[in-house]
Design a protein around this ligand. Sequence first.
Ligand code: BES
Ligand code: MN
Ligand code: ZN
Length: 466
Amino acid sequence: MEIKVVENAASIEADILVVNQFEGEKTSNDLANKYAVDEDNFKGKFGETYLLHTLGNEPYRKILIIGFGKKEEFCPNKLREAVAKAVKKAMQMEAKKVAFVFDGVDFDFSEQFTMGLYIADYKFDKYKSDKKDNHVQEVYIKADEEKIKKAEKIATAMAFARNLSNEPAQFATPNELANIAQDFGLETKIYDKEECEKMGMGAFLAVGQGSINEPKFIHMKYSCDNPKKRIAIIGKGICFDSGGLDIKPASSMITMKDDMSGAACVLGVMSIIKEFNPQVEVHGIIAACENMPGGKSYKPGDILTAKNGKTIEVDNTDAEGRLTLADALCYACELGVDEVIDLATLTGACMVALGTHASGIMGNDEELIHNLIDTAKRNGEKFWELPLWDEYFDSLKSDIADMKNSGSRWGGASAAGVFLKKFVKDVKWAHIDIAGTAFLDKPQKEFISGATGAGVRTLLNYILEQ
Ligand code: BES
Ligand code: MN
Ligand code: ZN
């Protein structure tokens, strides 16, 4: 897709001209007004659409009016959703050239406009033998070129992450993630199993030991002169979560190729970071492995020793993400960075609490948490703070080790959070549970079903705003 900035998009020979209408107002686009709109069937409610034919009397063949809803409730996030809706309509009609003219919008919509286009235009059809190329090819709009360029990069990183999470586990293996990480032209170190053993990563390695696919610990580094800040981002990289010996029922296992969505987010961010050249040092860290049952699998009751020397009694092999993150957090804290942010499809409990619209966030620094919540909000994601009270550790107490990896069913997202906290030292830290938001069973707002690229928009904007 190519976005072309033009002064007057209505003069372009396009397949469709998209115009907006606020609820209860007439669209002030004169061209659209020339053609009759059945007001009983279109009121400009948010997300409503109305199609007009121009019968060859205009440069464009059709006019799509899109409802923006009540003007006082309109915002950049709604604009993105509305644009996505228009793109989906255009794709259905197999329109290749689409012009947009928005009227009465009193904020700069360049970024969210671009995000809406790209999110809606995404498809994962590489395994379809009958591919239909109904992508929109050219878009015309009057907007800020620089902001469009920035958003295009972020959208590309998001699509990159979505592709990785959508990729079947048979292909998106730990080794494959390691290979991908080495393609970004960043300083990258891949640690194999033996090197991880030497580093004392007993928790991470235990999770991976049941699989024939070897674990890989991935560390990418973007550096710059005089960084204003040094940040480490960690992504949960379970390439497939069968649950291990505490095996999942089929209905829960079916989507578990997505259990590396945190890693996909980190790879998405690192894939584009050089193009932004931010004045921030960014470390991308992934402990990649598969959680599989087998003769070598770790077992309930096993005691593992993490990189920081803490011992963990395995209560449930399906609470594996926190074990891999434990060692990754220890590693990140040793880098001497200012902030550590981890993203993980960590708990079903977080999904039960917040559903598929919001990720859970917790951590040890309120300012960091609130900055991330605010950045998310401005960029179309929802983060909601969950408590990280010490009481949640009660259920993780072990009689024979320093802690267990799971305990009570209740408050599972926070319990996982306090578990992770035991591996965080002398650094500002935030943990984002994307279990509900990373992968959709059915379409939601501008997203088709499947991977959403959760976290990419927020993390990149957060880095760029430092
Ligand atoms: N990967 C899952 C969490 C998950 C669930 C992600 C649903 C996305 C959708 C995680 O490894 C897991 O299995 N968590 C267990 C923890 C429990 C055994 C303490 C869970 O949430 O049930
Ligand atoms: Mn699990
Ligand atoms: Zn998992």
